[in-house]
Design a protein around this ligand. Sequence first.
Ligand code: NAD
Length: 616
Amino acid sequence: MMSLNRCKFLRRVLGVGGGQSVEREITIVTESTLKEMRNGDLVAANGVAGGVRDAYGEDSATEDQLVTPWTVSVASGYTLLRDPRHNKGLAFSERERDAHYLRGLLPPIVVSQELQERKVMHNLRNYTVPLQRYVAMMDLQERNERLFYKLLIDNVEELLPVVYTPTVGEACQKYGSIFRRPQGLYISLNEKGKILEVLKNWPEKNIQVIVVTDGERILGLGDLGCHGMGIPVGKLALYTALGGVRPSACLPITIDVGTNNEKLLNDDFYIGLRQRRATGEEYSELLEEFMSAVKQNYGEKILVQFEDFANHNAFELLSKYRTRHLVFNDDIQGTASVVLSGLVAALRLVGGTLADHKFLFLGAGEAGTGIAELIALEISNKTKSPLEETRKKIWLVDSKGLIVSSRKESLQHFKKPFAHVHEPVNSLLEAVKAIKPTVLIGTSGVGKTFTKEVVETMASLNEKPLILALSNPTSQSECTAEEAYTWTEGRAIFASGSPFDPVEYDGKVFVPGQANNAYIFPGFGLGLIMSGTIRVHDDLLLAASEALADQVSEEDYEKGLIYPPFSNIRKISAHIAANVAAKAYDLGLASRLPRPENLVQFAESCMYSPVYRTYR
Ligand code: NAD
């Protein structure tokens, strides 16, 4: 390998914007020397203020090799204002303006980050169209990253629906029109055989989390192809804001294998491949190359979160890669963990243990069967009974009726474990009457399916029926919060996938909980990263659920809540991270040694802060 001291450096004088001319050094290095140069001495060398260097590796051993022309630079002057990671806008101090060639590039006023935050929030609130807010937030992220995260952290309840659901759904639908600059990597079939090179094109090298989608099942909106990029971008913004993972360690990726969405294929503004989806071997080969390249480039501890894949691929990818890579599927595992947490917390209100309850699901896809499996595992762990037994407490209804053993042959593999012996039942209402569940969970994506009759039957069977209407968006919710409370005469414990406002019934105010995946995945990911965990074990999901349930206070329970308020999310994430890391250490999956004594404190100390730093 060629070493840094064998490189020959070329010095240049570059003109800098605004008529200013400053001596700069530029170093172009080969990939093999980049590692040695990354330590920072490169940019600080020679006392050149804001110096940038370039060196050409002229070692004869590398002459016939392909090299990547990496440049490592210190931004100053106009470039600094255009660098979102370091830009502070009007918050640059007088001293920083002198030291970094900013004089005259900014109006004379110096303001605080707090004032900037107030101003941007004021502007955002003036937009009446949600998509305008989304675009404004994305612009801010591109302009001033720390201010973006400060806003998001300080106003999480208000801005979560802007950068994530529901607005991100509309953003994905119109992604071609609002596309300005790439916010992540696009890996299409055209890059087959070159994925490792593509990964090296990303400017950040120390990546810890990748969120990847192939865009086939974006939220409840179906196949949005390459426009699905809004999802990894949004989820990673939450990784930073809610879980404290550094933004530079996050990499959003969209895998483009085409789309079967005719509307997009005929849309002039569509940004993806104009072909129908590749499937079968072509698809698996691309994914295999991707997973290998990721591990080769970033090592064993890179976390890959699969997001919004269609359910056939989602289950297959998870089972294929979970033993070889650090992978996590939020739609299956994250959903399961957040819902299990709600159920565990709800036991305080409805009584008994999980094993005392009977669960009926409407919808047996990624969410439904993922939740069902995790409930069965939790009961199995707690009661020391075999999984085959604990699964018998859980029943699922799909579009063809109750899943029963006589249907086993024709069922998809992930439904089979729940095909129990029972005569066929065609409708949800009949299933409620036959199974007599204590908990009813909706994960079919079909709205208004918890009818008055269904909910009233639940209320006639249970003193406190536990009803979770998880389908999104709001229009697809199985029932509304108001319906759940009214039809059960205020006895239901209710939570939903989409948020509902508090409901007043019979003089009492009920606050419905939201089973939002954003409670779990940022803290869960932080726990994996900070402990150097190399595989996701199901017990880590249980640890996350328990930590979240522990954060529900007496005051929350009094309002009927089974999830803690979102405003405490960073504290919640630190607890989840600590519990997940503790379990990973216990299982021997954590590689960061020695094990920190106080994991909550350690999690908090690892978290990214968006407060501006002072520049030399
Ligand atoms: P999916 O496509 O994998 O599964 C949907 C399932 O519902 C399939 O088994 C399908 O057969 C079944 N189904 C469809 N129509 C039905 C009908 N009329 N009656 C009964 N079953 C029917 O989708 P998914 O990823 O499991 O998501 C399902 C829903 O759950 C979506 O609306 C999604 O937004 C929601 N969800 C909520 C959360 C959350 O609240 N945190 C998390 C994930 C998913």
